[in-house]
Design a protein. Structure first.
Length: 113
């Protein structure tokens, strides 16, 4: 059983920044491809970023150049740095072990003035 615990969400003004963290239990974190997803009210969950087990990254077009994902295998933690936030980034953000059943509990990000 793997547990994922997210933190770092909150309320931020447009143009601001937030850093999300996702800490994983278990000793084989380094083998996982990790995804960041978000779900806005009434919308489908979408993947915004992926970091592979060797550190390659992929971003959805709407966040390219603004969001950066990284990982620290020694801490079993993956991060999502979000800059230049927009109101349309408002959503619950989740981390996920790709191709597996494990999801974090989600953390709310609200971008509003």
């Amino acid at each position: 059983q793997v547990q994922l615990v997210e933190s770092g969400g909150g309320l931020v003004q447009p143009g601001g920044s937030l850093r999300l963290s996702c800490a994983a239990s278990g000793s084989i974190f380094r083998l996982y491809h990790m995804g960041w997803y978000r779900q806005a009210p009434g919308m489908q969950r979408e993947r915004v970023a992926l970091i592979t087990n060797i550190g390659n990254t992929i971003y959805t077009d709407s966040v390219k150049g603004r969001f950066t994902t990284s990982r620290d295998n020694a801490k079993s933690t993956v991060y999502l740095q979000m800059n230049s936030l927009k109101p349309e980034d408002t959503a619950v953000y989740y981390c996920h072990i790709e191709n597996g059943p494990y999801w974090g509990q989600g953390t709310q990000v609200t971008v509003s003035s």
